[in-house]
Design a binder for this molecule. Structure first.
Ligand SMILES: Cc1cc2nc3c(=O)[nH]c(=O)nc-3n(C[C@H](O)[C@H](O)[C@H](O)COP(=O)(O)OP(=O)(O)OC[C@H]3O[C@@H](n4cnc5c(N)ncnc54)[C@H](O)[C@@H]3O)c2cc1C
Length: 207
């Protein structure tokens, strides 16, 4: 299809992954090599399905045949209205993810965990590792054990490049002196890795 379609990606940020400059450069390079246009600092504020136009903040509208968009990211109402959800997101203790209320924890997208001027990104990988930390912290309390727990903001995401090529984005936001994000691949080697990752989760979560 690549010769017969025009594919454009719009992002509101100045780079694909603001917290990972090197990986951003690599992603941009790979998109350009595939003639996929990346429009940075293009914030879509409205879709007009009648005229098939995307309205972009402070920029000209963009026509489309097929629009695929990620909805605005926000916390559920129940969180926004609770005492925990200051400004929408829930601040937590960085180490064990406990909220301002004792024995109440928050994991995943609802949390706000600062990393310098950024925050730990909203990704399933961090929701999963965060959940493990919380479970261990609760077990420590119940059994008065002292197995140290520490949320490191560590996780991996896969990026599909087509034709069996997969890249792996490895992140460790809090475990080291500086946040580390590395893009490995794309290569055929990460294909089985990604498939096993998927199989593992399906087996565990959808028995
Ligand atoms: C297009 C896209 C691609 C992504 N790709 C990746 C990726 O490759 N790798 C990765 O790691 N992450 C990825 N993510 C992010 C990932 O999906 C989220 O970070 C992850 O799902 C967060 O998990 P969560 O459990 O915190 O929240 P959610 O998955 O949002 O779960 C919250 C749940 O709470 C429920 N809920 C809300 N309000 C209430 C209520 N009042 N009562 C009861 N239930 C309620 C919701 O229905 C929902 O099921 C992607 C996200 C998007 C949008």
């Amino acid at each position: 299809m690549q010769d017969t379609i025009e594919l454009i990606i719009l992002i509101p940020e100045p780079v694909p992954l603001p917290i990972a400059q090197e990986a951003s450069v690599e992603i941009e390079r790979r998109l350009a090599a595939r003639d996929i246009e990346l429009l940075k600092q293009h914030k879509v504020i409205e879709i007009k399905p009648d005229t098939k136009k995307a309205i972009i903040e402070a920029k000209d509208p963009l026509g489309y045949d097929l629009f695929v968009g990620v909805p605005i990211h926000k916390t559920p109402q129940v969180v926004r209205e609770s005492v925990l959800g200051q400004h929408g997101w829930i601040p937590v203790n960085k180490v064990n993810l406990e909220t301002s209320l004792e024995n109440v924890y928050a994991v995943g997208d609802v949390t706000k965990i600062p990393v310098g001027k950024f925050a730990v990104p909203k990704a399933g990988a961090f929701a999963e590792t965060g959940a493990r930390v919380v479970v261990n912290d609760i077990l420590n309390k119940i059994y008065s054990e002292n197995n140290p727990v520490k949320f490191e903001g560590m996780g991996s995401c896969y990026l599909e490049f087509g034709a069996g090529q997969v890249a792996k984005l490895n992140a460790n936001f809090l475990g080291k002196a500086q946040p580390e994000v590395r893009l490995d691949g794309p290569s055929a080697e990460f294909r089985p890795d990604k498939q096993n990752f998927e199989k593992d989760r399906i087996a565990k979560w959808f028995k």
